[in-house]
Design a protein around this ligand. Structure first.
Ligand code: ZN
Ligand code: ZN
Length: 114
């Protein structure tokens, strides 16, 4: 898979929860070549290699606000509620989150840390 210099790979993004590992092309809040897009958080971003549209990018993940663990945006790994939280921190501070989130989390399986 060839990625143009414009979206050159900065390094590898690895989710510390599910071990998802993929190259990323940008880390921050404003991906290059995107107009008027400002992300809500500092994110690991990959320019969409499958899209001819240079504005296209994929948000891979971000750092947990509390523990700084790098997590992907998968719903089994992290949660965005005004800021990014890994699910472990969400569970540890569950009473700080609204009922709706508590209920959603109650439905999820507990992540296994091996
Ligand atoms: Zn993950
Ligand atoms: Zn955390």
């Amino acid at each position: 898979m060839e990625i143009s210099t414009e979206g050159s790979v900065r390094g590898m993004f690895t989710c510390e929860t599910c071990d998802l590992s993929t190259p990323f092309t940008y880390y921050g809040q404003k991906p290059p070549n995107t107009r008027a897009i400002v992300l809500l958080e500092e994110s690991y971003v990959l320019k969409d290699p499958f899209s001819p549209n240079r504005d296209k990018f994929i948000v891979l993940g971000a750092k947990c606000t509390l523990c700084s663990m790098v997590v992907c945006i998968g719903t089994d790994c992290s949660l965005f509620y005004t800021k990014r939280f890994c699910l472990r921190c969400v569970r540890e501070n569950l009473d700080q989150f609204p009922q709706q989130i508590q209920a959603e989390l109650a439905k999820k399986k507990v992540p296994q840390h091996t």
